[in-house]
Design a protein around this ligand. Structure first.
Ligand code: SAM
Length: 269
């Protein structure tokens, strides 16, 4: 376990050796980078998959920066305890409010005040593309990874955390969820994807699931790609893709389909 409570990743990331004064007056490039701060019992899980491919390159290039905050460093006593039994009884352990508050007070001094504090939680608002888009327009966010039975409610309330869920299932911790949310957000930052059109046409961007994709070979095990895609008629290809996207959405996601029809009906579609 590192002795420093906070670890940063990426070429232009904040380094623990920087003095608080430096952190308050970052250079132009440092100030422009989108700032991800993750409070976790497992800082070694980061950057994880975010260090690969496009998000990894963007981290190295300073388009975003990652500041991991090891919760254990703020624990109680010689053993740095971070959890205790649930008040009122019940199974498992709960992350202590005082320990989390110490970690957050230290961490938030390095973040813009308006950056949201997001607590990964199965009880939270389901994360979606609209939220990723909103987050990408901010300067950054602090993500809190729970463990055990979760976090003492008092610290959730006191710090005005927004609870965000990755879906209706329960994982052992918030780290995978935090990486998923960060990946979805970072790829929307200007300059991260080479071809920005790819975020305009993909699933959810128009409220529909994306049409099927094909590539070479044009015939594989007796299956040809749809003729229209080889026709060179861009208008026809567009119509086919739109029809496919609508058909898929209607069949697989009635919730999205109804919302799409409502928007279309009101002239916003
Ligand atoms: C075992 S879970 C706690 C579940 C909690 N007792 C409940 O029933 O809502 C431990 C941690 O994993 C994370 N987690 C688990 N499932 C998640 C999900 N679907 N979305 C986001 N975070 C999740 C949260 O940070 C949570 O605090």
């Amino acid at each position: 376990m590192s002795d420093t409570p906070s670890r940063s990743h990426g070429r232009k990331a904040i380094r623990p050796s920087l003095q608080p004064r430096d952190l308050m007056s970052p250079g132009a490039e440092l100030a422009r980078a989108w700032r991800a701060q993750v409070v976790t019992l497992f800082p070694e899980a980061f950057p994880g998959t975010l260090g690969l491919s496009l998000t990894g390159k963007a981290l190295k290039d300073g388009l975003w920066q990652l500041d991991t905050v090891g919760l254990r460093e703020f624990g109680e006593g010689r053993h740095r305890n971070v959890d205790d039994t649930p008040t009122g009884g019940g199974a498992g352990m709960v992350l202590r409010a005082d320990v989390m508050a110490r970690a957050l007070d230290s961490a938030r001094a390095r973040m813009p005040e308006q950056a949201p504090i997001l607590y990964l939680s199965p009880r939270g608002r389901p994360f979606d593309q609209a939220m990723a888009r909103d987050l990408a327009r901010t300067q950054g966010a602090t993500l809190i990874c729970g463990r055990f039975e979760g976090l003492d409610q008092r610290v959730i309330d006191a710090y005005g955390m927004t609870e965000v869920s990755l879906g209706d299932f329960v994982m052992t911790g918030g780290e995978i969820g935090a990486q998923a949310m960060l990946d979805a957000t970072i790829r929307l930052l200007p300059g991260v994807l080479g071809n920005s059109a790819s975020t305009e046409e993909e699933s959810f961007s128009s409220g529909l699931l994306e049409h099927p994709q094909y590539t070479r070979p044009t015939e594989w095990r007796g299956h040809a790609v749809p003729d229209v895609l080889l026709s060179g008629h861009h208008g026809e290809i567009e119509k086919w893709r739109q029809a496919q996207a609508e058909g898929l959405t209607e069949a697989r996601r009635p919730d999205l389909w109804e919302a799409f029809l409502r928007r279309k009906g009101s002239g916003q579609g």
